[in-house]
Ligand binder design. Structure first.
Ligand SMILES: N[C@@H](CCC(=O)N[C@@H](CS)C(=O)NCC(=O)O)C(=O)O
Length: 221
């Protein structure tokens, strides 16, 4: 059985966006897996991977790190699942992965950074504050005064995807596919860590998210 090393917070809350993307992909494709909860400070438990980040997918004595590599590994090892329907789907998926990790998650971080300690416990809180405050060169509350403009910026940035969702229902087309999985973590992250209204309830992207949530909730050990 596949093992997914998955970031875990207070009360075993799972909140990592790329981990959620992989879980949604596995669930949607009916691929059986189990998750191994990892706290920020549990670096010894993932030392075998010779790096410090999750998700990590482990199968027997092999492992893959980074959500994009994991998706490619799944595509290669489960050809019957057709995770990438074709090469265009693979290219667009790669764009979504890069756009999400390089541009969208940093905007979302500014919106929820100060709330993340609420979903952590013990030494993870200290670890999070230390590493993130070093990274942003200031207090974790640094971006708080600009939350509403960051939300506006995010809503506007995803306009092209909104248009696709309005036209098709899902990013992948009439049915959810890998492109939807790669975009899902953005919203799940904010949803579980923050009390903010990232999306208006009338936003078609909100309805899209709720549809994916039903799939994501189908199975989690
Ligand atoms: N590009 C990577 C990002 C992985 C990543 O940043 N993971 C975060 C959780 S979302 C992590 O493991 N952080 C651990 C730490 O900061 O110590 C992917 O898509 O897998």
């Amino acid at each position: 059985m596949l093992e997914l090393y998955d970031l875990s917070g207070k009360n075993d809350l799972r909140f990592s966006p790329p981990c959620w993307n992989i879980k949604l992909c596995l669930i949607q494709n009916n691929i059986k897996f189990t998750t191994i909860p990892i706290r920020f400070i549990d670096k010894d438990k993932i030392a075998f991977s010779k790096q410090t980040l999750v998700p990590i997918l482990k199968y027997k004595d092999r492992f893959v790190t980074d959500s994009w590599n994991i998706i490619n590994w799944l595509d290669h090892n489960y050809p019957e699942k057709k995770i990438f329907i074709n090469n265009s789907s693979k290219n667009f998926s790669y764009f979504l992965y890069l756009w999400t990790s390089k541009q969208l998650l940093p905007i979302l971080f500014k919106i929820i950074a100060h709330e993340i300690p609420n979903v952590l416990e013990g030494n993870d809180i200290e670890y999070y504050l230390k590493t993130r405050e070093e990274r942003i060169n200031g207090p974790i509350t640094k971006f708080q005064p600009f939350i509403s403009s960051s939300i506006k910026e995010f809503r506007k940035s995803i306009d092209p995807i909104r248009k696709i969702i309005i036209n098709n229902g899902f990013i992948s087309g009439k049915k959810p596919g890998i492109e939807d999985c790669i975009f899902f973590g953005n919203f799940k992250w904010v949803n579980v860590c923050s009390s903010c209204n990232l999306l208006d309830n009338e936003d078609p992207v909100y309805k899209w998210y709720k549809n994916l949530l039903k799939i994501a909730n189908k199975q989690i050990n």
